[in-house]
Write a new protein. Structure first.
Ligand code: FPP
Length: 244
């Protein structure tokens, strides 16, 4: 069992396999996404219960805009409905909800719901649930670099001030600590343009389970895998053991 002191502070999840889950049941793809909302609810509950501080979910990537129009609009509708239905309960459970991504690309109705949900839960001190929508890791780095370049052009900083911290502070996750553990369901072993910068030292855990079937068994397996890893950050194993 993972113990309290080796629980990852920040877990990031690529929720893959909704389409295949639906196809196996001869259902349309959107039925898979709909069923995926249940797995989101369960994962939020588990993360809070196990003492995870930050949970970041990849709900819609920059690349997902090129899916069939009907699938995109059903997904957007699903986000609006899920927000409407779940925010009060998240709030009652002290969860702070935040969104990252190019939100200006979303429909005005969804942008408003996102802003209202962030405002309603902003004072909560429990799990921080971060949903990535219209998000891409390269987009994130580009928008951060643009902001740094803007400050340089304005004469607020010099070239020598541009370091890791200067760029990291302008990324969408800002001051949020980097994910310790990345979970990807659905059998593929890729990062798929998720938090490219922030995942630099994350432990990676992949499973074949399709996202709608993801639950307690899989989540705990991922936590146990994490608990067994020795994180070296470029040091030798002996160096790490000497300080622990
Ligand atoms: C990937 O499966 C999943 C998505 C692109 C959408 C994820 C959305 C949800 C789980 C819905 C709810 C989310 C929130 C935050 C309320 P896929 O369609 O790529 O599956 P496939 O690889 O089997 O085709």
């Amino acid at each position: 069992m993972a113990t309290d002191d080796n629980i990852p502070r920040h877990v990031a999840v690529i929720m893959d396999g909704n389409g295949r889950w639906a196809r196996k049941r001869a259902l349309p793809r959107h039925a898979g996404h709909r069923s995926g909302v249940g797995a989101v609810r369960e994962t939020v509950k588990l993360a809070a219960r196990r003492g995870v501080e930050y949970l970041t979910l990849f709900a819609f990537s920059s690349e997902n805009w090129s899916r069939p129009r009907d699938e995109v609009s059903r997904l957007m509708r699903l986000f609006v409905e899920a927000l409407q239905r779940e925010v009060d309960e998240l709030h009652r459970n002290n969860v702070r909800l935040e969104f990252i991504g190019a939100r200006e690309q979303l429909q005005p109705g969804l942008i408003d719901k996102i802003a209202a949900a962030e405002k309603q839960t902003s004072g909560n001190t429990g799990l921080r649930l971060i949903i990535a929508v219209a998000y891409g890791g390269r987009w994130d780095i580009v928008q951060a670099v643009r902001q740094v370049a803007g400050r340089l052009a304005a004469g607020e900083i010099t070239v020598a001030d541009i370091d890791d911290a200067a760029i990291a502070s302008q990324l969408q996750l800002g001051e949020v600590p980097d994910p310790d553990l990345l979970i990807r369901t659905g059998g593929e072993q890729r990062i798929s343009n998720f938090l490219l910068w922030n995942l630099a030292y994350a432990e990676l855990w992949f499973c074949d389970t399709l996202w709608p079937d993801f639950g307690e068994k899989e989540f705990d397996e991922a936590l146990e895998y994490y608990a067994r890893r020795q994180r070296r950050y470029g040091h030798t194993g002996e160096q790490v053991e000497a300080v622990s």
